[in-house]
Design a protein. Structure first.
Length: 159
């Protein structure tokens, strides 16, 4: 990690209210992968304060900071390699816009550059297959039409 993203930090942000979500945010990926002053950072919502989520975010960052042909973008799907948590059907991340956080998180600008924040949304293998066959927008429509609980690590697949 030190060679790919030497300045990486993962911030763990506590929920604003007792029933809220923990938020894990990468900082430093931008500097390792930026092109012409533009780069990415990643955000992951989690139901608990658990180092597993920080480690998963770090794994995605490590993958993204590899060769440019492996860089992630909107609509990319990343295998986790195992269930998100024990008993979960979610075993992939969909790289998506940070919808739960509102438009203010989408971009962070400063003199000389800016970062786009993308959300790592846990999805099931069936949702991955559906997205590959039908496109990201079709999957997002299914999410909107269902009682989709993105924070629920044991949620059923929408497909």
């Amino acid at each position: 990690m030190e060679t790919r993203v030497p300045d990486l930090r993962v911030f763990r942000i506590a929920p604003q209210r007792p029933t809220g979500l923990w938020t894990y945010v990468s900082v430093g990926v931008w500097a390792a992968t930026e092109e012409e002053g533009v780069g990415l950072e990643f955000v992951l919502a989690a139901p608990s304060d658990d180092n597993r989520y920080a480690n998963l975010l770090g794994s995605v960052v490590y993958h993204h900071a590899g060769p440019p042909e492996d860089w992630l973008g909107l609509g990319s799907i990343v295998p986790i390699g195992e269930p998100l948590v024990e008993g979960s059907e979610c075993d992939h991340f969909l790289v998506s816009l940070p919808y739960p956080y509102g438009p203010k998180l989408k971009n962070c600008e400063w003199d000389g550059g800016h970062a786009h924040f993308l959300w790592l949304l846990p999805i099931t293998d069936a949702e991955r297959v559906f997205a590959l066959a039908n496109g990201l927008e079709a999957l997002e429509v299914l999410f909107e039409q269902s009682a989709f609980e993105h924070w629920n690590t044991h949620r059923p697949s929408v497909v």
